[in-house]
Design a protein around this ligand. Structure first.
Ligand SMILES: Cc1cc2nc3c(=O)[nH]c(=O)nc-3n(C[C@H](O)[C@H](O)[C@H](O)COP(=O)(O)OP(=O)(O)OC[C@H]3O[C@@H](n4cnc5c(N)ncnc54)[C@H](O)[C@@H]3O)c2cc1C
Length: 480
């Protein structure tokens, strides 16, 4: 066994020490609950086995988190931070048992600073709650993952979550100004501040954003806010087929001359899955594919001009019909259809892999054709939906009747990834590597980069106790 992965079990003495530090009411060893908190949205069956923590902890403060990490450090116990468990990469999986640390009790918005346009939160605040609080003050929090009604901001930061507005505002990391973090030895520090610029030292804020909980535990975050655009309109353009729809995406910017807040894509399968899952007809449900385009501006007339121009342009590029959602209820129907697709897949299929492919934006049309040519001839089905505007497509591979599903999936992934690399694409745009994708990292990053990741990890965490076994394949090569 690699010495980096040799841990101690939680003895009764260690358990008592933890209870004394954070209170027995914040400690759980109930088997059923441990099971529930020991996976995310990737089905455990995809790993061929179950991983379960020994103890589930619910810290209420930074001091609690620091005490937990100090104890884990002293006894060499692995600790897996957990947000809402909506992750799609097995990031919150306690691969070596030990402690799962859930942030559901650290769920307070601490400050909204209208002078500096910032909001400061604990890690267990639900993302949509931050947006709602900002909106009540006429402000916009631009992070907008489709899971925003459930996911926590700590999980969003750890994954550098993307979502629907990346094309205009960037991913979660772009909204982030500062972090309070507990390091694996239990020390507490602040990275960054409310400053809009800062070159004093290294940019640890944006190293920790997207580090998937392997470097430090996020206990507070300061996020940027913007003035809330006063007017917005969503268009749903229905196309005869997927390729015509996707070919239009780069044209929105190059010919339309504007950057929408969102450009989301749904293929025919995605539209019909949304209908089956929601038990209702969705706008453009019978189309070959659809694009949802969100436009926003402070000036109502300018928004109108923009949607008329984009509507016309989409028809010139083959759209059959354009629906304009300018009321709350029509807008909700469109977005409900889009947001329901990942859940529809999880509930209607038992064997699937939600891929998170990302390419330079101009290559999105070629990505779709590549996925088709590497799946259909091999007897696999696929559903494609996602953030077409920023080049990130969730092509989900499905094969309900394949007895050799795991082999078939692995072969398909290898073919798709080889072509993806040639297109300048990469393995994950927003869902992260976690446990699910770590074995494929060697196709995308060279040895020098993988070694560097390991060295950075061990610089933060020499005992390798924080979320171990994630991001890269630790069993191979040097760090033994
Ligand atoms: C229906 C659905 C739609 C989705 N849509 C999107 C989308 O549009 N865009 C997108 O990017 N993702 C999306 N996701 C994936 C997922 O919601 C995001 O990755 C989200 O950021 C995970 O947040 P969470 O709170 O659930 O974190 P978890 O899944 O609990 O954890 C994710 C990772 O963060 C780490 N972590 C959690 N909290 C902390 C902390 N305080 N400190 C350090 N590390 C921590 C965990 O160890 C783990 O590695 C979607 C998922 C679902 C199920």
């Amino acid at each position: 066994m690699n010495a980096l992965f040799s841990y101690n079990k939680i003895t009764r003495e260690i358990a008592d020490e933890i209870k004394e530090k954070i209170g027995a009411n914040n400690v759980c060893t109930d088997e059923e609950k441990l099971d529930t908190y020991s996976h995310d949205e990737v089905p455990q069956s995809s790993y061929g086995r179950k991983y379960t923590a020994e103890m589930l902890l619910f810290p209420e403060s930074t001091e609690h988190v620091a005490a937990i990490m100090k104890t884990a450090h002293k006894y060499r116990i692995p600790v897996t931070p957990r947000g809402a468990g909506t992750g799609l990469s097995g990031g919150a999986l306690p691969v070596f048992g030990g402690i799962v640390m859930s942030f559901e009790k650290m769920n307070h918005i601490l400050e909204l600073d209208e002078e500096n346009l910032t909001i400061t939160t604990e890690p267990g605040v639900v993302t949509a709650e931050i947006s709602r609080m900002a909106a009540r003050h006429g402000l916009l929090y631009a992070g907008d993952p489709c899971s925003g009604d459930a996911s926590y901001i700590g999980g969003n930061i750890a994954e550098n979550a993307g979502g629907n507005k990346v094309i205009k505002y960037g991913a979660t990391g772009a909204q982030l100004l500062a972090l309070e973090a507990v390091l694996p030895d239990g020390s507490v520090t602040w990275f960054g501040g409310k400053r809009r610029k800062d070159v004093t030292g290294l940019d640890f804020v944006h190293l920790i954003a997207g580090s998937e909980g392997i470097l430090a535990v996020i206990t507070k975050a300061v996020l940027k806010l913007l003035p809330l655009p006063r007017h917005s309109v969503d268009l749903l353009a229905a196309f005869p087929d997927a390729q015509t729809a996707i070919n239009f995406v780069p044209r929105i910017i190059s010919e339309g001359g504007l950057i929408p807040a969102s450009v989301e894509f749904l293929d025919k399968n995605a539209l019909s899955l949304a209908e089956r899952y929601l038990h209702t007809s969705v706008p453009a449900g019978d189309a070959g594919a659809a694009l949802i385009i969100q436009l926003e501006d402070n000036d109502e007339e300018r928004v109108e001009e923009q949607f008329e121009a984009i509507g016309k342009l989409s028809q010139q590029h083959g759209a059959n019909e354009v629906y304009i959602a300018d009321t709350r209820s029509t807008r909700d129907r469109i977005w409900q259809a889009r947001k329901s697709v990942p859940e529809a897949i999880s509930s209607l299929y038992s064997r699937y892999s939600k891929e998170d492919l990302v390419v330079p934006t101009a290559s999105v049309p070629a990505l779709l054709e590549m996925v088709r040519s590497e799946t259909e001839p091999y007897g696999l089905e696929y559903v494609t939906y996602g953030h077409a505007g920023d080049g990130n497509m969730h092509c989900t591979l499905i094969c309900p009747d394949c007895p050799d599903w795991h082999e078939k999936l692995h072969e398909t992934q290898k073919r798709v990834y080889a072509r993806l690399i040639k297109m300048g694409g990469t393995l994950s745009g927003e869902h992260g590597i976690g446990y699910k994708r770590k074995d494929y990292m060697k196709f995308f990053l060279d040895d020098a980069q993988i070694e560097l990741i390991k060295r950075v990890k061990l610089a933060f965490d020499p005992q390798n106790i924080l979320n171990p076994g994630k991001l890269v394949d630790w069993e191979n090569k040097s760090s033994d």
